[in-house]
Design a protein around this ligand. Structure first.
Ligand SMILES: C[S@@+](CC[C@H](N)C(=O)[O-])C[C@H]1O[C@@H](n2cnc3c(N)ncnc32)[C@H](O)[C@@H]1O
Length: 241
């Protein structure tokens, strides 16, 4: 089941304008250019921002996400017909032989269930051609990102085309490491609708992720810093031998 912030049609529709700065994707684009990729699988593609950037550059892209409403937003965007969109996760993929698998914007953390995480790593591995790469990020638990997830630090009111003014904020619900649960609230001025969306993220240690990758047959080639969030993320580059 997708979190409402990705799976509710109204919230999926404002996902992009709520967070328009996607400089986090620059590192992913550089990676795609560095390896001159032609075929890409984007797991947890959401509203398709990265998949469409790659398709614009001529790549053949499959975008998969369990949130149907986000897939619908992605499909309706200009160029959306150039991407193969799928509703689901990487535990049951069709046969693929891609050069690169990505999970942008901390999708890895949204995969909370340990069994689903292992099956996702296996699914990504099987979707890669030999010599292909898996590239993804996950927040370093030492950065304690959740300490920023307060109403005071997140409250904003913004105008969105088609929706008018929307007030939003996040509140921390529970920190039981490695799991952190929080709630977004959205108030739509145009009709007074109030929507909430609860999410839980898993904060994995670097060693844990490396061990999991190696157990699935990957070679961990690099663990980088996210250029836009120095010291806050682990960015993994793993290869299928
Ligand atoms: C923070 S959003 C990132 C979306 C997109 N990658 C981006 O860069 O905008 C996290 C996404 O992970 C998806 N997700 C949650 N659980 C998943 C799973 N088990 N497999 C794949 N994607 C999942 C959510 O539906 C959501 O679209």
């Amino acid at each position: 089941m997708a979190d409402d912030c990705f799976g509710h049609p109204r919230l999926a529709a404002i996902y992009d304008p709520l967070d328009p700065d996607r400089s986090d994707l620059d590192a992913y684009l550089r990676m795609a250019e560095e390896f001159e990729v032609h075929q890409v699988l984007d797991i947890g593609c959401g509203t398709g921002v990265f998949a469409l950037l790659l398709a614009d550059r001529g790549a053949d892209v499959v975008g998969i996400d369990p949130a149907q409403a986000s897939i619908d937003v992605a499909r309706a965007k200009p160029g959306g017909e150039r991407v193969r969109w799928m509703c689901g996760d990487a535990t049951a993929l069709p046969p693929l032989q891609v050069d690169l698998v990505t999970m942008t914007a901390n999708v890895a953390q949204a995969i909370v269930d340990p069994d689903t995480w292992q099956k996702t790593l296996r699914g990504a591995y099987e979707a890669l051609r030999p010599g292909g790469h898996l590239f993804f990020e996950t927040r370093d638990p030492a950065g304690r990102a959740w300490e920023e997830w307060t109403r005071g630090k997140s409250h904003r009111v913004a105008e969105f085309p088609g929706f008018g003014s929307v007030e939003s904020w996040v509140q921390l619900i529970d920190v039981s490491r490695p799991l952190v649960t929080f709630r977004w609230t959205y108030v739509f001025a145009m009709d007074g609708q109030v929507l909430t969306s609860d999410s839980t993220l898993r904060f994995r240690e670097r060693e844990e992720v490396e061990t999991d990758l190696i157990a699935h047959g990957y070679m961990v080639q690099d663990v980088r810093d996210a250029p836009d969030r120095p010291g806050r993320e682990f960015v993994f580059l793993a290869g299928r031998p």
